[in-house]
Design a protein around this ligand. Structure first.
Ligand SMILES: Nc1nc2c(c(=O)[nH]1)N[C@H]1C(S)=C(S)[C@@H](COP(=O)(O)OP(=O)(O)OC[C@H]3O[C@@H](n4cnc5c(=O)[nH]c(N)nc54)[C@H](O)[C@@H]3O)O[C@H]1N2
Ligand SMILES: Nc1nc2c(c(=O)[nH]1)N[C@H]1C(S)=C(S)[C@@H](COP(=O)(O)OP(=O)(O)OC[C@H]3O[C@@H](n4cnc5c(=O)[nH]c(N)nc54)[C@H](O)[C@@H]3O)O[C@H]1N2
Ligand code: SF4
Ligand SMILES: [Mo]
Length: 870
């Protein structure tokens, strides 16, 4: 059994792994890990299904040819050297990721900032945490998350702003849910334009107008002061700028939020009266052209009330990626330097002394969106991408693809071959993946945990730090990169955090600067700070001031509410919001391998309010084009009661690998916050138009199919098969011909026609491939057909049911990913009288494993109640 950390979200759950000896593993929550105490969510629980080597990049490639490591590394080193010599260091760049381990991250940052001599390294955290980083620095003088996870459990009021915790940080949601069950008096408020699954445990949902958070928190600040909630001693002793912040707050108009007066009154009242208040916030705050102001507007409320750094209270920026915090610690944003230092002259000198180099740049580098603009314009001529998929995840994504195509030297270090970004890069370096990697990550509460390998390295793949160090050596910097393993890098990183620190910098893990290899190997999770000579504790920051501005005081920031940069217009009347679904992770390079995760949301959707849909002649299941001034995507229409009129939502996950036109970021605008440079991914004015498709189809096949050209397709994994969901504009008959030919090419055998536009390849009694095609969208076809693929040999009755109809399985998709319980089974249980979550669990088992689906089961229960009462 090996203890490691989950590679997905920033909760950073500890896991216990038992490899099965055949390349797979059993994964359970680690009861001893402080982040999760044994809990786990649907994505974590399905990790065992994502370990196969299918789709992995296993050998270095240059210009599409498989080459040796030596040759690939020479190509990278020679290319960077030559471009730097010809055009200067600022014409090269790295674009890295919060999914690198701290040791890899440290190596990348050291190479480019310390030795290549440019700050042109940015990370996908720019799309994620940059506004929080900037807001923290403005308020506290440092990028410090003051609190701990247990504060959510200790609080009497938890305000979730722009966070869909139920789906995005499920284990923290479970902890919150459990705390509320024990103490029902605890109140939860959700501030989100959408009525998300997180609202399931909320006492109040403030469905505000998108982008109006500053107006809301300004109004709150003014109200707190009016109601006498000011912590006068704390404000006088530890802060500056309250008066200006209050003047700005009073000047903004809460009417902009479009919220019922009574709800506002309740919110102000609860906040004013509740000392133990936590404000937890995420991408609804950060991914905005006013992201930094949103952060400061809500921090202002905590400074005014002195509610920070004590148990059960404080602002809490929840991070997305497993090592978003580690990236901030090593300083891999282009506007930070290293170990929570930036480009102040003394920091540049200090880091240069520590690294023994005089090349440290004196100014910040390019931020993600401008970095790829610079690539496109030819100002940056070499870019090395590591552990991120910008062709899918950056806004205005077609421009990113075009930038890479125009780039002299595009390099990518990746674990997966099938990725839009790998397709777009010239040099492809195979990286080890989670199960094989070794190092540390930092979670949202500053907790550092080990990731430990439990599978052997496949093919020629190597860990990222090794690849970086090999390039460094070829560039003549071998001595500075002569690490023998990850423990060497960790110790160096810990030494730098403590170097000339004396308490001036929050990030200090000097206590670990001298640990030996075996202590590193067995390292238990710990929360920083952990200065040399200190005893392990879990510390909060700022209860008694001690802010990191030179005068030790926090800053109130006067914030003025402003509209998103691109407002809706008559041409683009709908506000497109984007984000996540429960069971997929980002660009799906890993989660899409798991059949059980595919059940929940199998396709890329555009969720619309019923009124907006009706105005456009759109019905549930139609195919629609989402069009903006930047680009377009074609998605399945999904009507949703969670959305306000005039607002749409699309998940960010689908790439060209999985759906021809499902990449929503082709349409998302590249506006950024003026301070943080974080893109406004939550707000793009768009129009949505019906695509006049003639038919809809579903194919399941044992072997993957080369699809003919069709308007819309999405592909997912089924158990033992590949599933395709299709729709097209050509006549039904010709589509049917083309598709059946494609099916048979990959899955040879005799073709059998069934009723109801069904056709199948059945060879020696085994179903090889099956298609259902017709004029209408049949949402349940995949679930009905899947059980037949699971049968080794169809008996005559099964064959008859398959070809001539009848219900072989239940309908309506999967609700419980862990135990494979369908929506229909849950509904049937409810219809038979299971009226509580526990009762549904007892009958169907749904919701009794990881619990991620409990909000959805409760929604079905709620929906059933009025019907049963009637
Ligand atoms: N299942 C799953 N979990 C994940 C991830 C994943 O890919 N899949 N990714 C991880 C990562 S990297 C991140 S960053 C986190 C993100 O975690 P979250 O931030 O919780 O997730 P999102 O869905 O991006 O957005 C959160 C909410 O912001 C709302 N929102 C949009 N505009 C506004 C606004 O103007 N104001 C307010 N108040 N809210 C608004 C959206 O409606 C959405 O419900 O999730 C992490 N966890
Ligand atoms: N429209 C819209 N766009 C968004 C967002 C949104 O809410 N809306 N959210 C944004 C946010 S918050 C984030 S964090 C980003 C995430 O976006 P990305 O970072 O682009 O998403 P991932 O799919 O996680 O990409 C990580 C890649 O690294 C690879 N990989 C995994 N492990 C390793 C490793 O150890 N080494 C190497 N070299 N490669 C590895 C994976 O195969 C994968 O291709 O998306 C952003 N984009
Ligand atoms: S909540 Fe789920 S995805 Fe996040 S770290 Fe824990 S198990 Fe992994
Ligand atoms: Mo993120």
């Amino acid at each position: 059994m090996i203890r490691t950390t989950c590679p997905y979200c920033g909760v950073g759950c500890g896991l216990k792994i038992t490899p099965d000896g055949k390349g797979g593993a059993d994964v359970v929550g680690d009861p001893d890990h402080p982040a999760n105490r044994g809990r786990i969510c649907s994505k974590g629980a399905a990790l065992g299904e994502t370990l196969s080597l299918e789709d992995r990049l296993l050998h270095p490639e240059v210009d599409g040819r498989h080459v040796s490591w030596d040759s690939a590394l020479d190509t990278v080193a020679d290319g960077f050297r030559e471009i730097v010599t010809r055009h200067g260091p600022d014409t090269v760049a790295f674009y890295v990721s919060g999914q690198l381990l701290t040791e890899d991250y440290y190596a990348a940052n050291k190479l480019i900032k310390g030795f290549i001599g440019t700050a042109n390294i940015d990370t996908n955290s720019r799309l994620c945490m940059a506004s929080s980083v900037a807001g923290h620095k403005r308020a506290f003088g440092s990028d410090t998350v003051p609190g701990l996870y247990e504060d959510f459990e200790l609080a009497d009021l938890v305000v979730l702003v722009g966070s869909n915790l139920a789906w995005c940080h499920p284990v923290l949601f479970q902890r919150l849910e459990a705390a509320k069950r024990v103490r029902p008096a605890m109140r939860i408020v959700v501030v989100d334009p959408r009525r998300t699954e997180t609202c399931d445990i909320a006492d109040l949902h403030l469905g505000l107008r998108p982008g109006s958070d500053v107006a809301l928190f300004n109004a709150l600040l003014a109200e707190l002061q009016r109601r006498g909630a000011t912590a006068k001693r704390f404000v006088d002793k530890h802060t500056v700028g309250m008066d200006d912040a209050l003047i700005a707050a009073r000047a903004s108009d809460v009417g902009q939020c479009d919220l019922p007066k009574a709800d506002l009154e309740t919110f102000f009242d609860w906040f004013a009266r509740t000392e133990k208040t936590v404000t937890l916030y995420s991408q609804g705050v950060n991914q905005s052209s006013a992201g930094v102001d949103k952060v400061n507007a809500l921090i202002n409320c905590h400074l005014l009330t002195g509610r920070i750094g004590r148990p059960g209270m404080g602002p809490f920026s929840i991070t997305g990626q497993p090592n978003a915090m580690g990236g901030r610690e090593v300083g891999a944003l282009s506007n930070t330097l290293a170990a929570h230092m930036d480009f102040a002259l003394e920091d540049v000198g200090r880091v240069g002394r520590f690294w023994n180099t005089n090349r440290v740049p004196r100014k910040a580098g390019l931020k993600a969106v401008e970095l790829f603009e610079a690539v496109r314009a030819g100002r940056v001529k070499a870019v090395w991408i590591m552990a991120t998929n910008p062709v899918a995840s950056l806004p205005n994504a077609d421009a990113v693809r075009a930038a890479l195509a125009a780039c002299e030297l595009s390099v990518v270090s990746e674990a997966i071959r099938a990725s839009d970004t790998v397709d777009a890069c010239r040099v492809r370096l195979p990286a080890l993946a989670w199960a094989e990697k070794n190092g540390t990550v930092t979670n949202s509460e500053r907790g550092i945990s080990r990731q430990r390998p439990f599978l052997p390295p496949p093919g020629e793949a190597r860990q990222d730090w090794w690849i970086i160090a090999e390039v460094a050596r070829r560039l003549g910097h071998g001595e500075a990169f002569a690490w023998k393993g990850v423990a060497d890098i960790f110790r160096e990183h810990a030494r730098l955090s403590a170097f000339e620190n004396d308490g001036q910098r929050d990030f200090d893990i000097g206590a670990y600067a001298d640990i030996d290899d075996s202590a590193y190997d067995s390292l238990k999770p710990f929360v920083w700070p952990a200065a040399k000579g200190s005893h392990p504790t879990t510390t909060r920051f700022f209860a008694d001031g001690g802010f990191f501005h030179s005068d030790g005081r926090a800053r109130f920031i006067a914030t003025a509410a402003r509209e998103p940069l691109h407002a809706p217009s008559t041409e683009w009347p709908i506000r497109l919001n984007t984000g996540r679904v429960r069971d997929q992770w980002h660009t799906m390079t890993r989660t899409a391998k798991s059949p059980r995760l595919a059940g929940h949301r199998p396709e890329p959707t555009i969720e619309l309010n019923a009124i907006d849909a009706a105005q456009r002649g759109l019905q549930d299941g139609d195919i629609a084009e989402v069009i903006s001034a930047w680009g377009r995507a074609a998605l399945r229409v999904h009507l949703s009661r969670a959305l306000r009129q005039g607002e749409a939502f699309a998940p960010m996950h689908w790439t060209a690998q999985l759906s021809r036109a499902g990449r929503i970021n082709a349409a998302v605008n590249p506006a950024v916050d003026p301070i943080s440079g974080q893109p406004e991914l939550k707000h793009t004015p768009v129009e949505v138009r019906r695509v006049a498709v003639q038919w809809h189809g579903t194919i399941l096949a044992r072997r993957p199919i080369m699809l003919p050209a069709v308007t819309y397709w999405a592909r997912i994994r089924g158990a033992g098969c590949h599933a395709y969901l299709l729709a097209g504009e050509q006549p039904l008959a010709s589509a049917r011909r083309a598709l059946s030919a494609a099916m048979r090419t990959a899955n040879p055998g005799p073709w059998v026609d069934g009723e109801d536009a069904l056709g199948a390849v059945i060879s020696d009694g085994r179903l090889e491939a099956v298609m259902r095609i017709g004029k209408a969208h049949d949402e349940t076809a995949r679930d009905r057909l899947a059980p037949f693929m699971a049968v080794a040999q169809l008996d005559s009755e099964q064959r008859c049911v398959l070809l001539h109809g009848g219900d072989a399985a239940d309908r309506g998709g999967e609700i419980c990913a862990c135990l494979g319980v369908s929506n229909a089974s849950v509904q049937a249980a409810i219809a038979n009288g299971a009226m509580t979550l526990d009762a549904v669990g007892a009958v169907t088992k749904a919701g009794t494993s990881c619990g991620s689906c409990r909000p959805e089961i409760r929604a079905l229960l709620r929906a059933a109640r009025p019907r049963q009462a009637a």
